[in-house]
Write a protein that binds this ligand. Structure first.
Ligand code: ADP
Length: 260
């Protein structure tokens, strides 16, 4: 369970990214954080792995408050998938995937490139699970397409069998077809492992198609929290601040016309 308890974030330059967000995300949920650019999605995600430290309130993972003191314990349990993939482009697919285990391996072992056979096996299995054939393991990442690179990013995030996966706009730089394939994979991996996923997106159709639950942010506050089916035109108007309410029904329109 992830708990956001009145989380506030004011950056030093005065930008208020989060304005008292309170949410409870149960274990295993695929929760999409939706909202326009600048709404606070990325900041909210980053409070979970300590990349952003709230200036008010707190974020808890399974009852443990995220802080400098608890991060060494929490980090190995939290995987992250980035918009720009954040891979080592000149290194192999295998090296990138296995680097997801770094939080659990001592520094000297990591520097020597020594990973136990158990982790090597897991890297191979995950690479296959995300749809990359074994011959890709030795390929350099910069020889892969964007969609293939994000598959590597997903495999890396699941290396340590995380309880939580944070996906920050994971398909923002992919075409629509590849975006669906990548989100499908992310959902399949999280279902298989029981991980809780917080996935920020700005595409409404993808949020509807993949989320168990949609939380929409606007100006750092929660503008919608519910099932994908409940994301109706009125909710979209609250989130994006455009035309309010559904279009009038034809008979309503006819009545309006007659009244003129
Ligand atoms: P989103 O992910 O929804 O696009 P962000 O969380 O990135 O939103 O940003 C929310 C707000 O916080 C924006 O106004 C943004 O400009 C501001 N912001 C984000 N990161 C920083 C930062 N490091 N320093 C100052 N302001 C920031």
């Amino acid at each position: 369970m992830i708990i956001f308890d009145r989380v506030e974030m004011a950056y030093p330059d005065g930008s208020r990214a989060l304005d008292g967000v309170s949410l409870r995300i149960p274990r295993g949920q695929f929760c999409v954080i939706l909202g326009p650019s600048g709404a606070g999605k990325s900041t909210l995600l980053r409070t979970v792995n300590g990349l952003a430290a709230p200036t008010g309130g707190r974020t808890l993972v399974d009852g443990v408050e995220v802080s400098a003191r608890t991060l060494p314990r929490l980090r190995p349990r939290i995987g992250m998938i980035h918009q720009q993939f954040n891979l080592a482009l000149r290194a192999s697919v295998a090296a990138n995937v296995i680097s997801g285990a770094l939080p659990a391996v001592s520094t000297w072992r990591a520097l020597a490139g020594f990973f136990p056979p158990r982790l090597r096996r897991r890297a191979c299995e995950l690479t296959e699970a995300v749809g990359l054939a074994p011959e890709h393991l030795r390929r350099r990442v910069n020889a892969l397409s964007g969609g293939q690179q994000q598959r590597v990013g997903i495999a890396r995030a699941f290396m340590l069998e995380p309880d939580v996966v944070l996906a920050d706009e994971p398909v923002a730089s992919l075409d629509p077809r590849t975006s669906r394939d990548v989100l499908e994979l992310l959902r399949a991996q999280s279902r298989a492992s029981g991980a809780t996923v917080l996935c920020s997106l700005h595409q409404i159709d993808l949020a509807r198609a993949f989320a168990d639950r949609i939380v929409a942010l606007r100006n750092g506050g929660v503008a919608f929290d519910g099932a994908p089916d409940a994301l109706d035109p009125a909710a979209l108007a609250r989130i994006y601040g455009v035309a309010t309410g559904p279009a009038p029904a034809p008979e309503g329109a006819a009545r309006l016309e007659a009244a003129r």
